[in-house]
Design a protein around this ligand. Structure first.
Ligand code: FE
Ligand code: FE
Length: 176
């Protein structure tokens, strides 16, 4: 990796990190959709997969204008977040409890992306990269909306998960 000398270098380094994050998410979201039991949640993951492909495309567009390559960096944070998502998938869990785990993992991902896009949008503004700043703001908005949808989905799914617990307690009163 060459020396990072100025804000433009920081901007490009951070954009590469986000590009890697989006690529990793493109691979992970279909698995999360498949693991989700609630149809609305599965559909939400599918929809965000399409959005995520758009996020990667926007980054490619930005890199093209900068005359730089988007590849060459691995986002280690997203690697960890995706691993936690994989844990939610493989955990021995009831349907609603697994959905609740998937939502918790997905919201961590969205918040991570929101932080990343907030930073690069600020850099783009400072660097006078107006078109890029607009594209990054659009992605940031979509990440926020996805986070809000997940919060909404959690409202009913968490209650379902709680009920499942109650049923189990009723079935096995001797454990208490
Ligand atoms: Fe994204
Ligand atoms: Fe996202």
């Amino acid at each position: 990796m060459p020396k990072i000398n100025n804000l433009r270098d920081v901007y490009i380094e951070q954009l590469r990190d986000l590009y890697s994050a989006e690529q990793q998410l493109i691979k992970a979201l279909p698995k999360m959709a498949k693991a989700a039991t609630t149809p609305e949640l599965a559909q939400g993951f599918e929809e965000h997969l399409e959005q995520t492909k758009g996020h990667a495309n926007r980054l490619e567009e930005i890199f093209e204008k900068l005359d730089e390559k988007p590849t060459g960096k691995k986002c280690k944070a997203m690697e960890g977040l995706v691993k936690e998502g994989a844990e939610a998938i493989s955990e021995d869990a009831s349907d609603a409890a697994r959905d609740a785990l998937l939502i918790a993992a997905a919201q961590r991902v969205e918040h991570y992306e929101m932080a990343g896009y907030g930073s690069v949008k600020t850099f783009a503004d400072l660097l006078g990269e107006e078109e890029a700043a607009e594209l990054l703001a659009e992605t940031l908005q979509e990440e926020k909306e996805t986070d809000e949808k997940l919060t909404e989905a959690a409202e009913s799914i968490n209650v379902e998960a709680e009920k499942e617990g109650e049923e189990e307690e009723e079935e096995t009163p001797s454990r208490r």
